[in-house]
Design a protein around this ligand. Structure first.
Ligand SMILES: C[S@@+](CC[C@H](N)C(=O)[O-])C[C@H]1O[C@@H](n2cnc3c(N)ncnc32)[C@H](O)[C@@H]1O
Length: 245
């Protein structure tokens, strides 16, 4: 099984592919879309869950999503058709770092995909080039809630603590106008959902040649989460405006 397929199955039971619950997603979108008729770009859109929610809530909205995962884009396309919003959604199968657009966007989203740009600040720099005057960015990324082990840094990357993360964001010319720090319940809920959805999928099909591999992947992920990063990793989502307008 390739990683894209494992990831798609693992994310079936969760609102979005990051550790946020429904209420947090709704509130972040409300702050990110003050008018409701914006053009929205999602860099690393996955299955399009953020965009689908925004499109369903705002009939005047148009959206574009960029992702390298064909599985996730197919899921987004099917879900958009089922929800009757496909005519307002354009999906690009591309590396987000290479994406170019002829028009600007009132909202640029990128949640859980900062690795595509090499970190949070490069993600914001990329988002800025697509942003219409007065536009907003909704970004979600990890931070260290406690000092991580070297193994956790090697596994998840080189994050900062939360105050330092916000200072760096401000130093790069962005002002947070809303934010959400994922709770312990959201962080744990995401990992239980990830590992549980994949394990359930495997157990539901005893004849599948992928069963053993899927069960092993779920078990390995659960062990890494509990042994390596559960006590140190956090996740913050920010709605940002340019400080200089
Ligand atoms: C953790 S998921 C988050 C998906 C979505 N933003 C969400 O919150 O539900 C990260 C996504 O980034 C995508 N991704 C990773 N590297 C990428 C790249 N270089 N260009 C575009 N997408 C990328 C993955 O395929 C995956 O769908």
């Amino acid at each position: 099984m390739d990683r894209q397929r494992i990831s798609r199955i693992a994310h079936t039971g969760h609102p979005i592919a990051a550790p946020l619950g429904d209420d947090a997603v709704r509130q972040l979108l409300e702050h990110a879309l003050p008018r409701g008729d914006e053009r929205v770009l999602d860099l690393g859109c996955g299955g399009g869950e953020w965009l689908l929610r925004a499109l369903a809530r705002h009939p005047g909205l148009r959206a574009e999503g960029v992702d390298v995962s064909t599985e996730s884009l197919a899921h987004a396309r099917t879900a958009a058709a089922a929800q009757g919003v496909a005519d307002r959604l354009v999906l690009h199968h591309a590396d987000a770092a290479d994406f170019r657009s002829p028009h600007p966007f009132g909202l640029v989203l990128s949640v859980g995909a900062a690795h595509a740009f090499g970190g949070l600040l490069p993600t914001l720099a990329a988002a800025r080039q697509y942003l219409a005057p007065g536009g907003r960015v909704l970004v979600g990324d990890g931070f260290w809630d406690r000092t991580p082990s070297p193994e956790a840094v090697e596994m998840l990357g080189d994050f900062a603590d939360l105050p330092t993360t916000l200072e760096r964001v401000a130093g790069a010319g962005w002002t947070p106008v809303h934010g959400h720090v994922s709770s312990r319940r959201e962080l744990d809920g995401y990992e239980w959902s990830w590992t549980g959805s994949l394990a359930s999928w495997a157990l539901d099909q005893p004849e599948s040649p992928d069963r053993t591999e899927a069960l092993a992947a779920a078990g390995a992920h659960r062990t890494e989460w509990l042994r390596v990063y559960r006590d140190s990793w956090g996740f913050v989502s920010l709605v940002l405006r340019r400080t200089d307008g």
